[in-house]
Structure formats: C-alpha cells, structure tokens
Ligand binder design. Structure first.
Ligand SMILES: [Zn+2]
Length: 420
C-alpha cells in the first residue's frame, strides 16, 4: 500500500472525548472513528489489526478441533424465553419488534441460538464432543459506553460453545481451550494471564478470565507469591488465602479482561432440552462449555500494553503493516526510485509493507510512523544521499542502524525471522 492513497486521517491532538490512552491513540492514528455513543467504525488500518487478530484466533481454534459457524446477529425472543433469560436480562439487551410484531434481540451472546443449532443437528452421543465458534459483531446496550472500543456497545467477539456427553469430556475441552487461549495471546505478542473468577451473569460453576496485563487496566489481579496462581480480588476476598497453596501473600497487578471461559454444565441444554442418545440408548442432557474472546477489546488492550508518549508500538503479529518505507524527500529522484524498488521487492516477498510516498515534510512522516506504530521503519533520507545506506529502525526499542542498500532486505528478513 502507498501511504499517499491510504485512508488514514491521523490527528495531532487527542479528541476530548477520549479518556484512556488506547482510545486516544486509536482515534489519533486513524484506526477507528466514532459514529454515535458506543458505536465505532474501523478505518482500513484498524480493520487490518482486527483481521490479523481474527486470523490467529481462527488458526488456533481450528487446530483445537473447533468448527466455525455463523448465526444470525439477531435472535428471536422465543429462544431467550425458553432459556428464561428474556425476563432476567436487563436493559443491556437490545430488544425490538419486526413488522409482524414478533420480538427479537440483537445478541450480546449466543448460548440459546447455538444450543438450538445443536439440538436440530445432533441426536447421538457419537457426534460428541463438538465445539462450534463464530466471530462477529455483538451488541450490549451499555448505560454509559466509555473508553472507545474498550467498552463500546457494538463490539467484535469470538464466541465458542462445546457440547459433551459427560462432565469429564467437558473438562478435557475446557483445558484444551485454556491452552489455545494462551497460544492465541502469546502469538498476538501480548502478555496475558489466566485468572480464576466468578462466572457472573452467564451462569455455571467454573470459569476463568484472561487478562492482558497493563498498568492502565481497570481490573485488579492478585498473583499468589506461594504458587503463582492468579485470581481476581473477589475470589481471594472470600477466602483470604490462596485456594491452591494456602499462602496469604499476594502481589497485585492490573489487567484488562479480554477472554472468558466457562463450564456451563446443563444450564442451557436442560432449559432448551438439548439431549442425545447415550451408548445405552438413554436420552441424556448434554454438558456445555462456552468460551469468549473480545477481538476489538484485544486490539484496545494491545495498545494499552504497547505504547509510549509518541504512539502505538504494535507487536509484529498484529501490526497493520510490519514495515514502513519512509522516503524523506519526494523531489529527490534517487530516493524515490530506491524507495519504490524496495517497496516492490518486499511486497514480492510477502512482507506487509507500506510506502510513505506522501508529499509532506519528513517530520510529519516520522511522527505518523511513530504514532501509528509500524514495528519497523526503513528510512531513505539524508544518509542515503551521502553514504548510500538505509536507516533501519525498530519502533519498540528505537534501535537504529544504517544498512547498505543491497543488504537491507537480508537484514530485515533476518530480524523478522528471529522475532517470530
Ligand atoms: Zn498459592
């Protein structure tokens, strides 16, 4: 992509509405835009980050034997009445009627709809276990949407649901999903911890939260100094000691919740009568698990974890582009030619690259590169005219080295290989 053709309206100052750093930087870096309270559009650069996170989620879930499906965004009230949640769920549930006076909601979560898909499709224990997931927009009518994508009303979420004949089988999948979540966040370049938690409104017995560590996070996490178990404050306050090793020494860190895994048991399957015939031919209500990842929230949390005063420092795996080539003077023919040739070479080698070919000052280009946070900058500037070298700069460490024009591609590829 050439920057001159890119829709990326960067801003010098933070819009006043943005209270937290991820929201400020997302608006300033031209990643997203506000449409109305709690509703945001993704601009091209923001959507690239989302797609990269989604691709990692898909790869890891598919590898864990999960199958992708797509449910309609709206769910008929009748399914929510079957589960009893139509009456229980508060005003966060956006309810509406169609022209025939039938009631619906815009789904904040999809236990009912997926259980309905399951009961229509599976009759025998032989098809179990099965885990289904989808990645799409959800809606929660927050009373006070805040912090941009961190607490928006519409958000992108991956939700998965597993179905089992026995609790033991659910245990195995629950643990496999926990492991998959660790791999997902690690591959995204994020430092995440798994925290034992209460299950809140969704119900069920056992649950854990995945938190991305960030000093600006709104959740407090306690790490046991005896056995490194991580738990949220509510769990420890109940017992005052570590449930695993009995230690009373805890270290407090802050985090942002980006994932949640639950053992639902038969909460929804019994209400919706989702049963299979067991090996003895006996109808058996299935055990369920549910597993969410806030994809848009993960993008915001990544910025909270990786930024400095100049802007975002994207981990390579989820950066909108890995490399930006900055040509400082677009009137210098040799510079322009070299930039273009390098750009074509990198594109050819399947490296995610952008060429900053805008007719703006070098200062503006540098500032935007730091603000948007491309992991690697290749600068074709004064030192190129003088010595024929290209400046290789890492956004995260700010490490800079001059490399000859002929060696730059090799240098870059070595760096990218070692960082993976
Ligand atoms: Zn402990």
């Amino acid at each position: 992509m050439k920057f001159s053709q890119l829709l990326c309206p960067t801003l010098k100052d933070s819009p006043r509405e943005a209270e937290i750093v991820s929201h400020q930087l997302m608006l300033r870096a031209g990643l997203s835009q506000k449409v109305a309270s709690g509703l945001y559009s993704y601009l091209p650069m923001g959507l690239r980050v989302i797609k990269k996170i989604e691709a990692i989620v898909r790869e890891e879930l598919d590898a864990a034997n999960c199958q992708e499906v797509a449910l309609p965004l709206i769910t008929p009230a009748s399914l929510w009445q079957e589960s009893g949640r139509w009456a229980k769920y508060g005003p966060e549930l956006l309810r509406f009627k169609d022209r025939h006076d039938n009631e619906f909601c815009y789904g904040p979560t999809f236990e009912e709809a997926i259980t309905d898909m399951f009961r229509q499709s599976v009759q025998s224990y032989k098809a179990l276990p099965v885990t289904l997931y989808q990645i799409q927009n959800k809606f929660r009518d927050e009373i006070r949407p805040r912090f941009g994508l961190m607490r928006s009303r519409e958000f992108i979420m991956k939700d998965a649901y597993s179905f089992h004949l026995t609790e033991d089988c659910l245990d195995i999948t629950y643990k496999a999903m926990e492991a998959a979540y660790h791999r997902i966040f690690k591959r995204c370049g994020l430092d995440a911890v798994c925290v034992q938690a209460d299950s809140g409104a969704i119900g069920g017995d056992v649950s854990a939260e995945f938190m991305i560590r960030a000093d600006t996070g709104e959740d407090e996490v306690l790490i046991c100094q005896g056995c490194q178990l991580t738990a949220n404050k509510e769990v420890i306050e109940k017992t005052n000691h570590c449930p695993k090793c009995n230690s009373t020494e805890f270290k407090s860190v802050r985090g942002i919740e980006v994932g949640h895994i639950f053992k639902l048991g038969t909460l929804y399957s019994s209400a919706l009568k989702a049963s299979v015939l067991s090996d003895l031919g006996k109808p058996t209500i299935v055990q369920m698990g549910c597993y969410g990842i806030g994809v848009s929230r993960t993008m915001a949390a990544a910025i909270e974890q990786h930024h400095d005063e100049k802007g975002i420092k994207w981990p390579i795996a989820i950066a909108p582009y890995t490399v930006t080539i900055i040509v400082t003077n677009m009137r210098d023919e040799a510079m322009v030619e070299t930039g273009l040739a390098l750009y074509e070479t990198l594109k050819h080698q399947k490296i995610d690259v952008i060429l900053d070919d805008r007719s703006v000052s070098a200062g503006v280009k540098f500032k935007d590169a730091e603000l948007i946070g491309f992991p690697i900058q290749l600068v074709i500037g004064k030192q190129f005219s003088e010595t024929g070298t290209i400046e290789y700069k890492e956004r995260d460490t700010q490490d800079t080295i001059n490399v000859s024009k002929d060696a730059i591609v090799g240098h870059l590829k070595t760096k990218l290989e070692t960082s993976n």
